[in-house]
Design a protein around this ligand. Structure first.
Ligand SMILES: [Zn+2]
Length: 301
């Protein structure tokens, strides 16, 4: 079997497996248990923190065939669940709004919503990157959202909810996803390394989590690279080289130069880091975290 990237292999299949978004998953489960599901949802937040994953799990929960009505946790093994997971369910349609954003596509979609689901309980449209939809197309969608057929559910995933017209937003339940906490990402990486039988040092995992910057998907994709490039154990040094993280001492040196107001020193140090192949974005994040930790340490004594 070909190598499957970790983010895909371990993509959560149940609400309980989603990390860092308990405020969303709990509310959705409660709503299903109380029979109070909506016809329009907006899932917003950074990239790679589980918006589309949660949309798919919700789709499974709504259409799962283990019960006469939606279930608060999908079974994962019935036809509906497995088809949704594989992305080939007839009644759950995923649309990349970045490329299908125009009035014609949305009109077509609106026409299709008139027909009953082919087999399952609901006809579900998951619109990824929904903020990319044009205003005219949103207008066309609005009519459907104002009087949605009982069998239709829209789920809009977006990194920029403010770009979705207010008229649409007010007709949807809006869930804001949070950046996943550093500790939770570290725990997740540790768990997956365990399952993959890959020995990993704690500080190596911490670096990977930091590089992910709140995104589980990004952290896992860097872990994929780290596994591919390492021989045996994942250690801090090999991860540092892979993602271009500066050694801790450099951060202190740079802040020392800032304290001395020495632009020249700072520029020289940054120049050296870039020449050594450090990633400037990672470095900026690292510096921020270092400053934050220093301030916390100072305030907390
Ligand atoms: Zn099922």
């Amino acid at each position: 079997m070909s190598y499957q990237v970790l983010a895909r292999k371990y993509r959560p299949q149940k609400f309980s497996e989603v990390i860092g978004q308990e405020h969303v998953t709990r509310t959705l489960k409660n709503a299903i248990e109380q029979g109070r599901t909506a016809h329009g949802y907006i899932f917003s937040g950074h990239r790679g923190i589980g918006k589309t994953t949660v949309a798919r799990i919700l789709a499974m929960a709504l259409n799962c065939r283990t019960s006469e009505k939606p279930v608060s946790e999908p079974c994962g093994v019935c036809d509906s669940c497995t088809e949704i997971r594989a992305g080939n369910s007839v009644d759950v349609i995923e649309i990349d709004a970045a490329t299908n954003r125009g009035i014609d596509e949305i009109r077509e979609l609106r026409e299709a919503t008139r027909y009953r689901p082919a087999r399952d309980r609901f006809k579900i449209y998951i619109l990824d990157e929904a903020h990319q939809i044009t205003d005219a197309a949103f207008n066309a969608l609005l009519k459907t959202l104002e009087e949605p057929p009982g069998h239709v559910v829209f789920m809009l995933a977006t990194t920029a909810p403010e770009d979705i017209p207010q008229t649409i937003r007010s007709r949807c339940q809006h869930f804001s996803f949070r950046a996943v906490k550093f500790d939770q990402i570290v725990a997740q990486l540790k768990d997956l390394c365990g399952r993959e039988n890959i020995p990993a040092d704690e500080d190596a995992l911490a670096m990977l989590a930091e590089a992910g910057d709140g995104s589980v998907r990004d952290a896992l994709s860097i872990l994929d690279q780290a596994i591919a490039s390492s021989e045996g154990r994942l250690n801090a040094e090999s991860v540092r080289q892979l993602i271009g993280i500066a050694p801790a001492g450099v951060l202190e040196e740079i802040m020392g130069a800032v304290a001395r107001s020495s632009s020249q020193e700072i520029l020289q140090m940054v120049d050296r880091l870039l020449t050594e192949g450090q990633n400037p974005v990672h470095f900026a994040r690292q510096l921020l975290r270092f400053l934050r930790n220093s301030i916390v340490a100072k305030v907390a004594g």
